[in-house]
Design a protein around this ligand. Structure first.
Ligand code: AQP
Length: 329
């Protein structure tokens, strides 16, 4: 298992947690799992150095607060393992320009930034992601639905390399839970919840003040109907609220539909607001505890990088050898 998350300014959002991190916590029990904070991906857009450093520690603190256990998984920072950039270059040389141009995430992100401001790094970041995954010979990659195309690219490039140079890389599969693949913006349920949301009211940041979070839930956009029923197409707003409550409470969507029969949207929102507050309050406290102890954080990351490098270096050496690079004596 391999997955990563960006060191976003401020906080992870609910989409990151339900779409990805929650699965990471469960999968560390059953898999040899490598999880990383992808600072190399973060610099595809401009970053202030002091803020990037702080956000990287903040991301690690949140992952630990969410339940990652360094005894059960390998937790590290991407730039601590130079093999990512090295294999990234190899993969760049295997990727067609047209193939990279078809990545919808790049199209969306570069359109938001303006074509002149988008960097070459942003263009090739899906290819670096390919290297991230292949270095650990990952079978599965737990991510949200927006990453599906990048996993397809990873499979294509792994097969291309294996076909050209002999069996080297495991072909990975996406691990995407249908229910939480796409958590929607609370104000615009036509789009996914994202840090670049058009209004902050649609985005739930896990480290926000719990009262503000409850308020956002209560002002979530629903529809003019009154029935609480799961229907992604006709009732995306209500369906999104049901998904979130179902995941946080452990009750199935069907059970929730039954429980809210004859009740209005207000009741659903009040209960979801309560469930959110119950979840984020201890999460915030635990994150702060880890942040207050940077030495422990750094020592977790040092051990994680050592474990990750051992695996990554072996894959890279094999890759270089297969391609005909002279061994360094
Ligand atoms: N809305 C979402 N629903 C389900 N999963 C989601 N993920 C992100 N948004 C949703 C998943 O979170 C993991 C980490 O993604 P990331 O490192 O790309 O985090 P981000 O930059 O904070 O994600 P955004 O908000 O989606 O960024 P922008 O606005 O830049 O596009 C991934 O597994 C992702 O699928």
């Amino acid at each position: 298992m391999l997955s990563g998350i960006q060191p976003t300014a401020g906080s992870f959002h609910l989409g990151n947690y339900l779409g990805a991190v929650r699965q990471w916590v469960a999968l560390q029990e059953t898999h040899d799992a490598f999880y990383m904070v992808v600072d190399l991906h973060a610099i595809t857009v401009p970053q202030d150095p002091a803020e990037l450093r702080a956000n990287t520690r903040l991301a690690v603190a949140q992952l630990l607060a969410a339940g990652l256990d360094p005894e059960r998984c390998t937790l590290f920072v991407q730039s601590h393992v130079p093999e990512h950039a090295q294999l990234g270059w190899v993969m760049n040389c295997l990727t067609g320009f047209g193939e990279a141009s078809r990545m919808t995430q790049f199209k969306d992100k570069s359109a938001k930034q303006g074509a002149d401001r988008a960097t070459v790094g942003l263009f090739t970041y899906p290819v670096l992601q390919v290297a991230d995954i292949l270095l650990y010979q990952a079978d599965q990659v737990p991510v949200g639905g927006d990453q599906r195309q990048h996993i397809e690219l990873t499979r294509d490039l792994a097969e291309r390399f294996n076909g050209r140079y002999g069996q080297t890389f495991t072909i990975p599969a996406p691990y995407i839970l249908k229910e939480t693949a796409k958590i929607l913006d609370l104000q615009d349920p036509a789009v996914k919840m994202s840090k670049s949301a058009s209004t902050p009211k649609g985005l739930i940041n896990l480290l926000d003040d719990p009262k503000a979070t409850a308020k956002k839930v209560k002002s979530a956009v629903t529809d003019t109907d009154t029935v609480i029923r799961y229907d992604e197409e006709k009732k995306p707003g209500v369906s999104n609220l049901l998904t979130i409550l179902s995941t946080l409470s452990g009750s199935s969507v069907e059970d929730l539909e039954r429980a809210y029969e004859g009740k209005g949207y207000g009741a659903l929102k009040t209960d979801l607001a309560e469930a959110m507050v119950e979840f984020v309050t201890p999460f915030r406290a635990r994150t702060q505890e880890y942040l207050d102890d940077p030495e422990t954080l750094d020592s977790i990351l040092a051990k994680g990088a050592e474990k990750a490098r051992a695996v990554a270096a072996e894959t890279l050496a094999q890759t270089y050898d297969r391609m005909g690079f002279l061994p360094a004596k």
